[in-house]
Write a protein that binds this ligand. Structure first.
Ligand SMILES: Nc1ncnc2c1ncn2[C@@H]1O[C@H](COP(=O)(O)OP(=O)(O)O)[C@@H](O)[C@H]1O
Ligand SMILES: [Mg+2]
Length: 317
């Protein structure tokens, strides 16, 4: 089923440095959501705040009626069992083989016998396509395989929420495509809430049901994929289309002179909204929506060429 994550007016600083402020959004249960943002905008800090590893200055993270920002340690410990987390580098123990790495949470948090542990470990290894690699050490395998192993470990306690921190970082485009397909297939199969942090635009454009964008110490926008991919809001438009023209500069936001120099420059048209990745077995995910549904329901004309065959339907032509 998956559970919803409700984030209310969340603000986080380290000393005098505010990372982001007044962040509010609801990550819908069972859906795939992507949080985008330039490097250093506090995406990892947001994930750590969501699982209660970091305390916000103010605001709430509500999961099943409990506010993780203010609850007691004991409650936090219980709620954490709902989460599986894939850390940025897979966060494997280097001296343990993949089997023991994946078995670790089961041995730590359950009273399962070794034969029960084996059953779960092999099931999850199979799920991520790593059967046969159990005896390998993390240092002996590729980055893509390490991510898969990290994912298997994130899944062993049957989480209701899976958080991914840049699953695509350091992977080549082909490995990223395979991993993205795996994410879609997993969501279809385990039906948990997925929140993926990335700065990969292609992942954001094709994988999720919802997209958010962190920029300049606040949440610029969060909503259905089609809403952001048809948005003319300058920051959203610039980031999702990897354009130089717009408010985002080389280091932070552009200054007044830089923006003035750009004014009057013609923006390239928005590219078509690509189809969303579908499960490889062809059976739709529970949260999957018809291509163009959001645009139709909200009277938004998608960029020309969107949804391919569905074009005539979407434009009513
Ligand atoms: N534990 C911490 N103590 C102090 N500053 C931190 C800590 N964790 C992260 N930061 C700072 O918060 C900012 C955002 O970091 P991060 O969330 O890692 O960015 P992103 O994941 O979007 O690239 C950075 O400036 C980083 O230096
Ligand atoms: Mg990060």
């Amino acid at each position: 089923m998956g559970v919803e994550i409700k984030i209310e007016n969340l603000t986080k600083s380290f000393g005098k440095q505010m990372i982001w402020g007044d962040v509010s959004l609801t990550v819908p249960a069972g859906e795939i959501s992507v949080m985008l943002g330039p490097s250093g905008t506090g995406k990892s800090v947001l994930l750590k705040t969501i699982i209660g590893l970091l305390k916000p200055d103010s605001g709430a993270v509500i999961i099943e009626g409990t506010d993780l920002a203010s609850c007691r340690e004991k409650e936090l410990y219980e709620i954490r069992k709902l989460f599986g987390v894939l850390f940025q580098d897979g966060a494997m123990f280097g001296s343990m083989n993949l089997y023991d790495n994946v078995a670790f949470p089961l041995r730590e948090h359950t009273r399962k016998s070794e034969s029960e542990v084996r059953e779960v470990v092999m099931e999850k290894m199979d799920l991520v396509g790593l059967l046969g690699a159990e005896d390998k050490l993390p240092g002996e395998i590729s980055g893509g395989m390490r991510k898969r192993a990290g994912l298997a470990r994130a899944l062993v306690l049957d989480p209701e929420i899976v958080l991914f921190d840049e699953p695509d970082s350091g992977l080549d485009p082909v490995r990223t495509a395979f991993l993205n397909q795996l994410i879609i297939d997993l969501n279809a199969q385990i039906d948990a809430t997925f929140l993926i942090v990335t700065h990969d635009i292609n992942t954001a454009r094709t994988v999720p049901d919802n997209i958010g964008l962190l920029y300049h110490r606040h949440l610029a926008m969060f909503g259905p994929r089609e809403m952001l991919l048809s948005s003319e809001e300058p920051v959203v438009r610039q980031f999702l289309n990897a354009q130089r023209v717009g408010p985002i500069g080389m280091s932070e936001e552009k200054d007044a002179d830089e923006l003035a120099a750009e004014s009057g420059q013609e923006l390239p048209p928005l590219p078509p909204i690509p189809p969303q990745l579908e499960p490889s077995n062809g059976i739709p995910r529970r949260s999957q929506r018809e291509p163009g549904a959001w645009c139709r329901e909200n009277g938004v004309k998608p960029p020309p060429g969107s949804f391919e065959d569905d074009m005539t339907m979407a434009t009513g032509a």
